[in-house]
Every structure is written in C-alpha cells, then in structure tokens.
Design a protein around this ligand. Structure first.
Ligand SMILES: Nc1ncnc2c1ncn2[C@@H]1O[C@H](COP(=O)(O)OP(=O)(O)OP(=O)(O)O)[C@@H](O)[C@H]1O
Length: 365
C-alpha cells in the first residue's frame, strides 16, 4: 500500500497544499507547532475515518473557514484509488471513495495505516481500553466486517445499559432484557473468536521482533484475557456469554452497566514469564510496544497481502539506538513510512527517503 499524493484545503493550519510522496520513507522536519502532526493526522483520518486526537470535526477546519478537505491518492493491490473527506461546519463529514459516496462506517479497510506515537508507549502500562483499541484497530483493518460487528456490538451494549438503568429505576421490566442478551451473546462470541485468532498470530510475530531487539535474551508472550473464562474453554462462547449475562443480571441492573463481554477483556504481556505491566522496566515496556507495533504491520500484511502505511509521530527521540535501528531496518524498502521529528539527527547517516521541511503550515522538499 502506498500513498502517492496528499492534498489539503483549509485543514488545521494548512490552507492549500499538495504533497507528492516517495514509496519509502518520508520525513517531516520542523520546530514545534508547525503542522507536522497535522499531516499525519490527515493520513490517519483517511485510513480510519476519524482523528486520533479529536472527536470534534469542527476542530479540523482552518479557523474561521466554512469547510475543509483531505484528499489522498493511494495505490492498493496495484490499483490507484482516491479518497476524499470533506468537513463542513456543523454538518456530518462527506466521504468520496473513487468519486462515489462512502458511509463513514465503511471507510476502514480502504487505506490501511498504523500510527505509532508517544502515547502508544502507554500501551503496556495504561488502561485495558488502550490494548483493546490496539487489537481492534489491527483486526478491523485486516478484516473490515469485524469493524462493523464491533460498532454493532457497542450500539447494542449501550442500548442494554440504558435498559438496565430503566429497570433499576423501575421504569421497565426485566423480561425486556432477554432479546438483548440473546443478541449481545451472539455478537460477543463473534468478536471474541476473532480476537483470540488474531492474538494467536500476534504473539508469534511480536516474539520474533522482541527476541531480535533483545538479542534473544527475552521472550514475549501476548495472550488474551477473557474476563472470567479459561482460554482453553472457548468452544461454546455464545452459550457461555448467554449464561454469564443471565448470572450477572442483578449485578448489572444494580450498576447500570454490562459486566461481561469483549468490552471488559484485556491483553496480557509476559516477558520471560513475568507480567510486563507490573514488573517490566520502562525500557522493556518500550521494547514490548515496538515489538507489538511491528507485529501489527506484519499481521495486516499476512491478512491482506500488503503492508499498511506507517505513521511515526515523534517517536524516534523516544527510542534508544538499538530499538531505532530495529525499526528502521524493518521498514526500509518494505513499508511506506511517514516520520515527524524536530530535527534531522536520527536520520543523518541513514540517507533514507525524502525530507520535507514544515514551517507554519507550509511544506518544502
Ligand atoms: N483548526 C485549526 N486552524 C488553524 N490552525 C490550527 C488548527 N488546529 C491546530 N492548528 C495549529 O496547528 C499547529 C499545531 O500543529 P501540529 O500539532 O501539527 O504541530 P507539530 O508540528 O506536530 O508540533 P510538535 O512537534 O510540537 O508536536 C498549531 O500552531 C495550532 O495552532
């Protein structure tokens, strides 16, 4: 997968730019607050249909302008595609894929992209929701129907939770829960099964990278923690979820939320048998995150036949020389990459790709 051109109109601090990219490494250099991350954000938006920084589209439009747009020309399976997103103040965004309207929920899976930013360094230490999102982004891009199943599951879950609250306030009867439990159990089983399959591949791929970065001193195991269930008893997930929803019902009514399901699961990472979250040093955790990110690239390649593009936002300065070189060695001539950095110090010797200077919303090669 390769992005050939990005055009922005009134997007963030860019009034009007068209940039052509190299198929290898593209490096955006510039001082703080000049628009480097805005460029990666535009590419991420084209891939995921949403920003990684805001849920408010209005923020994406150049101050005082009525509308903005992002247009990306990219090659997928050797065919050139165009994707355009228009943001109009106080309206829903419009998406055109090869000039045809595309609903926002169908954008995932068109242009695939992996983002690695300093916030990802919290992937191991941070809340379980971060690890679930990591896994969901990966599976959704490799398997777009999964993304829609996930949206559907989340919608049903929030409706069940509203009903639980009404039951708690004696405004609805408990019998109304039965059809929701039936549907939620089915959807939860489908999602969990796909996550378990993905983690099986992920652990193998991540361990290869982890061993390489640590000169074979450390083994990384990634496993899926299914809240309340042993990994080896997953044949009848639908039945199990159904039973659990029934068993937890009174507790769920009391809390007004659903206590079991894939929205409560987690990933567990072990290094040489020890939980990386509790016992890993900061350096080990960084290696774990890098190994996961590289594994994510390979997972998408193995599922779709192509590497996604890689967006590295300000992470070079966060990695030490060994991790940086593992990263650059892997992506070189393999993955089209977009890197932001404050200066050129990490790239001086490598003579990688194309360099762009970013200054106050302007881009010069
Ligand atoms: N809607 C908008 N309209 C105009 N300018 C905006 C808008 N949103 C953000 N900006 C400007 O974009 C700039 C920030 O750009 P960006 O986040 O890409 O910085 P950066 O170059 O990545 O910096 P750093 O290295 O500090 O992360 C700021 O100057 C901010 O004022």
């Amino acid at each position: 997968m390769r992005v050939n051109r990005l055009s922005l109109r009134n997007f963030r601090n860019y009034k009007h730019i068209d940039i052509d990219f190299t198929a290898n490494i593209n490096v955006f250099i510039g001082p703080n607050a000049q628009g480097k991350t805005n460029l990666l954000e535009a590419l991420y938006l084209a891939a995921m249909g949403r920003s990684h920084r805001t849920n408010t589209d209005q923020e994406l439009i150049y101050w005082d302008q009525p509308a903005a747009s992002i247009e990306v020309m990219f090659v997928r399976q050797e065919l050139e595609n165009s994707l355009k997103i228009k943001f109009i103040a106080n309206q829903n965004k419009e998406i055109l894929y090869n000039s045809h309207p595309l609903p926002a929920r169908e954008i995932v899976g068109s242009l695939n992209a992996i983002l690695f930013s300093p916030e990802d360094l919290l992937l191991i230490k941070g809340a379980p929701a971060l690890r679930r999102r990591f896994l969901d982004n990966e599976i959704s891009q490799a398997n777009p129907p999964y993304y829609r199943q996930l949206l559907n599951y989340n919608r049903m879950l929030s409706q069940r939770n509203n009903l639980l609250k009404k039951i708690r306030e004696r405004k609805a009867s408990q019998e109304l829960l039965a059809p929701w439990d039936e549907q939620i159990a089915g959807a939860a089983a489908v999602i969990t099964k796909k996550r378990l399959e993905a983690v099986k591949k992920l652990t193998m791929l991540a361990n290869l990278h982890h061993r390489k970065i640590t000169n074979s001193r450390e083994n990384l195991i990634v496993s899926y923690h299914l809240n309340g269930l042993q990994q080896d008893k997953t044949e009848d997930l639908n039945g199990w979820y159904h039973e659990q929803l029934g068993r937890q019902r009174q507790q769920d009514i009391f809390s007004g939320s659903t206590g079991v399901g894939p929205h409560r699961d987690d990933l567990i990472l072990l290094v040489n048998g020890k939980n990386l979250r509790n016992f890993g040093s900061q350096g080990q955790q960084r290696t774990g995150v890098l190994a996961l990110k590289l594994a994510e690239l390979e997972f998408i390649k193995s599922e779709t036949g192509e590497y996604p593009i890689l967006l590295l936002d300000d992470v070079m300065s966060e990695l030490d020389a060994a991790r940086r070189s593992e990263l650059l060695l892997f992506i070189k001539e393999r993955v089209q990459t977009f890197i932001t950095a404050a200066d050129e110090q990490y790239f001086g010797q490598t003579k990688l790709g194309k360099f762009y200077r970013i200054l106050g919303g302007t881009v010069t090669e």
